[in-house]
Design a protein around this ligand. Structure first.
Ligand SMILES: O=c1ccn([C@@H]2O[C@H](COP(=O)(O)OP(=O)(O)O[C@H]3O[C@H](CO)[C@@H](O)[C@H](O)[C@H]3O)[C@@H](O)[C@H]2O)c(=O)[nH]1
Ligand SMILES: [Mn+2]
Length: 737
């Protein structure tokens, strides 16, 4: 049946009973119970539809149809969501078997770190990520780390230069004392590190070295330039001579540590991993395709230098938190029975700066702990960028064919005779703007261009070529990054994601048309579940405006309390939310965290998703182009404080905030207006009042930020003025016209 499924393995050539797999797959427990529960919800949904279809109100037919439309959407979307809940699987690896069988022939691994802006992605953070991946528990001569710098910043280069020195102390220290995590900053931040006297001594000297390095980088940043001495000392800086701006410069390629060189050793005399800095060529007249462009340049450059058959990509904030991750990933690729079909292994994206009740839903808990396990049950998760291991050949467009094996042992290492300077000069060419002209790069080769979520569309096309993917969610998290710390950043990030996903649905790689027959139907539904994030805005907006407004007219849009029709509404709403809460708690969250998640769910749907739909529409008719707003990975002291206190951060004036506060004001006006009506009947309006009340309750932090808070994170009064006026006039018109 399924190459990667849970079925007991069976094959002629391996029918040897001593064969032990490198990984195993387990199905979630209680799935029958879940299926029964889901079926009961579905019955409830059908009853709601029947109610809408058979009880059309006398006055307000149109509004009624609208309600029906919204509920039809919610119901169908719920059906899609079953794809990510129905069939959860969990993976487990056997790393000891991997070492037993393959320790001496492990494949080369090339690690790509991407950065694009030294201000919102500070170089110190970037090199911490680089150092963490250089210190993987893996033979250093098989490890190569490439930093792509889309800003072409000499400050970042300088930081990397410092890191290449510090690595000589850091890597042996990590390996000797088996420390975790291997990002120096994260490690030194740990509160209690228990250690013996011998380690304690080295610990303090490492700490001093690190702090010295950090200070030098900070100083260079403050001065805005690198000291003359350093500039003279390293030939690399001369490559900035022809640099005019981040969008206009030659390709800069610098091999800081040449792993081929047997002399490149750490302080204990062990070999070091290769370390390369790359700023691909940028010219104003050539579009650079954001991260996808950077990744493709890296694929080409690395193929000339180390050509590792396995590629790992991390964002510059996502440091390695688990030094065994490469070996975990290899258990899937090298498994004799099932490995040949695996194109990529995606780890979850976890974060180190979350607060207890996650005001912005930063951890994406349910996606990480449930939904992706569900996708894995149908052929594998989406490729979501950071924390993903790929097979190089697949990423470059190779199709999967039955019976083919993963020939990592035959992979050709590039020429070794050349000296570093010659090598750099030659390889630089493949990072030029014009290199991709009239090639398949960005289409059939490498990451795909033209989508704000280059990762998802690339992963989909790989799966459509017959490959499987694996979701691996180990107990000790593999990668930790920086979650957004303000509401604005969160909404902007989700706009990019939902917009990208929606555009995939409309692209030539649409999971519906292109994916049909190529991937499993469950996976196809799973893709649609994400691709249809954005259109959720319409039903949600309708549901959070119309019922409240109709309170003002005293018109009921839901069954009255004594009616039997109330039952399906009550059941579906209560059961789904209780289940959602349980799922959230089970994923490690708190009750308040769940409540916050409901709020951010509402906010995303009414702003990010709406803007995603609008922008997609404008793009379709040729009016706009989607960009890539890079997420900020630092925050000011006072913003950070409010983040830690879980106070919602508004602060800036944005159209998204105008929408949010208009909706919040509209609902409170409607509630007040309704109470002031003399002749309202609780019996007929109960559910509607309750719903409006919930909308007001969930917006409490917003009212607080508008009317009571005095700090900089409050809602600017101009925003409040506009939205209050807007909401008030809407309510007045509606009540009296
Ligand atoms: O022109 C660009 C823009 C971005 N990046 C890098 O891309 C990464 C992701 O950017 P970020 O702003 O952090 O976006 P996120 O939304 O946090 O990233 C998620 O979503 C992206 C797709 O939207 C994926 O590319 C990422 O891997 C995934 O972690 C960062 O390392 C950037 O430095 C570039 O290299 N060049
Ligand atoms: Mn990020």
């Amino acid at each position: 049946m399924d190459e990667l499924g849970t079925n007991t393995y069976h094959s002629q050539n391996m029918a040897n009973s001593s064969y032990a797999p490198l990984f195993e797959t387990k199905k979630a427990k209680g799935s029958l119970l879940y299926k029964l529960f889901a079926t009961s919800i579905f019955v409830g949904i059908i009853f709601i539809w029947v109610y809408r279809a058979t009880n059309v109100a006398e006055n307000g037919r149109l509004v009624w149809i609208g309600m029906f439309g919204a509920e039809l959407w919610f119901g169908l979307y719920w059906v899609l969501s079953q794809a990510v809940h129905w069939n959860l699987v969990y993976r487990h690896t056997f790393k000891d078997r991997l070492s037993q069988r393959y320790e001496n022939e492990l494949p080369g691994v090339d690690i790509f770190v991407c950065t694009a802006d030294p201000v919102i992605e500070p170089p110190v953070m970037v090199i911490n990520t680089v150092l963490s991946v250089m210190a993987y528990e893996y033979p250093p001569e098989k490890l190569s780390v490439y930093l792509s710098d889309d800003a072409g910043s000499d400050l970042t280069f300088y930081a990397l230069l410092e890191a290449s020195d510090f690595a000589k102390h850091w890597i042996p220290y990590c390996k000797k004392f088996k420390v975790e995590p291997r990002s120096p900053e994260a490690y030194l931040r740990l509160e209690s590190v228990e250690m013996e006297a011998s380690q304690a001594q080295q610990f303090s000297s490492i700490k001093k070295l690190y702090e010295g390095m950090e200070n030098r980088i900070d100083l260079a940043k403050k001065l805005g330039k690198i000291s003359k001495n350093t500039l003279f000392e390293h030939r690399g800086f001369s490559k900035w001579d022809s640099f005019s701006s981040r969008g206009d410069h030659d390709a800069i390629l610098q091999i800081l540590i040449d792993g081929r060189d047997a002399e490149a050793k750490d302080v204990e005399g062990c070999r070091l991993p290769t370390l390369v800095y790359l700023a691909r060529e940028k010219r104003p007249q050539h579009f650079h395709n954001f991260k996808a462009g950077a990744m493709n340049a890296l694929i080409r450059v690395s193929s000339e230098i180390s050509n590792g058959p396995i590629i790992l990509n991390v964002d510059c904030d996502m440091y390695s938190n688990n030094s065994e991750s490469i070996r975990d990933a290899l258990c899937f690729f090298l498994d004799e029975e099932k490995g040949h079909a695996v194109a990529f292994v995606q780890f979850p994206q976890n974060f180190h700066n979350l607060t207890k009740n996650e005001l912005y839903g930063g951890s994406l808990k349910v996606i990480t702990m449930v939904e992706f396990h569900g996708l894995d049950g149908y052929g594998g998760p989406l490729y979501i960028g950071s924390g993903c291991f790929h097979r190089r050949d697949t990423l470059c467009g190779r199709k999967w064919t039955k019976g083919s094996m993963f020939g990592w042992k035959e992979s050709i290492s590039p020429r070794t005779g050349e000296n570093v300077v010659e090598l750099e000069e030659r390889v630089k060419e493949v990072a030029n703007c014009t290199f991709e002209k009239n090639t398949q790069w960005g289409k059939e080769m490498g990451l795909k261009y033209g989508s704000p979520v280059e990762d998802v569309i690339t992963g989909l096309s790989i799966q459509c070529r017959g490959w499987k993917s694996i979701y691996f969610n180990p107990e000790r998290e593999g990668f930790l990054g920086f979650a957004t710390t303000t509401l604005d950043q969160t909404l902007v990030q989700h706009k990019r994601w939902s917009e990208g996903d929606l555009q995939i649905l409309l692209s030539q790689y649409s999971p519906i048309c292109y994916g049909f027959g190529r991937i499993k139907f469950g996976l196809l539904m799973g893709y649609c579940f994400y691709c249809l994030w954005a259109p959720n805005c319409f039903a949600t907006l309708y549901y959070s405006i119309i019922p409240s407004l109709y309170l003002l007219r005293g018109i009921s849009l839901f069954p009255q309390v004594s009616s039997m029709w109330l039952l399906p509404f009550a059941y579906v709403i209560i059961a789904e939310h209780v289940y959602g809460l349980a799922e959230y708690l089970w994923s490690g969250g708190t009750v308040l965290g769940w409540w916050n998640e409901q709020r951010i769910w509402l906010y995303k749907r009414t702003t990010s998703y709406l803007f995603a739909c609008l922008d997609t529409f404008f793009k379709l008719i040729g009016f706009s182009d989607s960009g890539f707003v890079i997420s900020t990975k630092v925050s000011d002291e006072d913003v950070w404080q409010r983040y830690e206190q879980e106070k919602m951060e508004f602060g800036v004036t944005s159209t998204m905030f105008i929408i949010l506060s208009s909706l919040a004001m509209l609902n409170i006006f409607c509630l007040i207006g309704m109470v002031m009506r003399e002749n309202f009947v609780l019996e007929t309006m109960a559910l509607q009042i309750l719903w409006c009340g919930v909308l007001v309750l969930i917006n409490l932090p917003l009212y607080n930020a508008a009317f009571f808070r005095k700090d900089k994170g409050r809602i600017p009064s101009s925003v409040m003025l506009k939205s209050s006026l807007l909401a008030l006039s809407l309510c007045t018109c509606f009540a009296f016209l």
